[in-house]
Ligand binder design. Structure first.
Ligand SMILES: Nc1ncnc2c1ncn2[C@@H]1O[C@H](COP(=O)(O)OP(=O)(O)OP(=O)(O)O)[C@@H](O)[C@H]1O
Ligand SMILES: [Mg+2]
Length: 103
């Protein structure tokens, strides 16, 4: 059961309501409830969730793209995205699917 954190949730929701770009940063000791707060905040909202890994910018961009791309077009939801692999391969796959859905 989620308890408390009203101020923190209010603060995140205020940022969410704004129509300008927002970049809230959350930090705190281990096991203090950061992930739980994020999960509670995004419930019922259209969300792309991406956890960065300690690696290269390129790999992080690939992982983030895999999370975002299926939202871009309904047909993409049926596309299988490999967890690893070249970004260019993935784009080609998306392009092919779009072409076939248009013809
Ligand atoms: N508001 C809350 N109400 C009830 N339980 C909570 C709350 N926030 C966190 N918890 C519980 O506390 C534990 C730690 O929470 P959580 O994993 O969100 O912490 P964290 O800050 O993300 O930790 P880490 O730094 O390890 O990633 C979990 O078992 C979670 O269920
Ligand atoms: Mg966490």
């Amino acid at each position: 059961m989620f308890v408390g954190r009203k101020n923190e949730l209010d603060s995140l929701n205020r940022a969410y309501q704004k129509d300008t770009f927002q970049f809230p940063v959350m930090y705190g000791r281990r096991r203090v409830g950061k992930t739980t707060l994020i999960n509670t905040f995004y419930k019922g909202k259209k969300t792309v969730y991406f956890v960065a890994v300690q690696s290269t910018a390129k790999e992080n961009l690939t992982i983030m793209s895999v999370q975002i791309l299926p939202f871009l077009h309904q047909t993409l939801r049926r596309t299988h995205f490999p967890r690893s692999g070249k970004l260019s391969t993935m784009y080609l796959k998306v392009q092919k699917r779009n072409e076939s859905s248009l013809s």
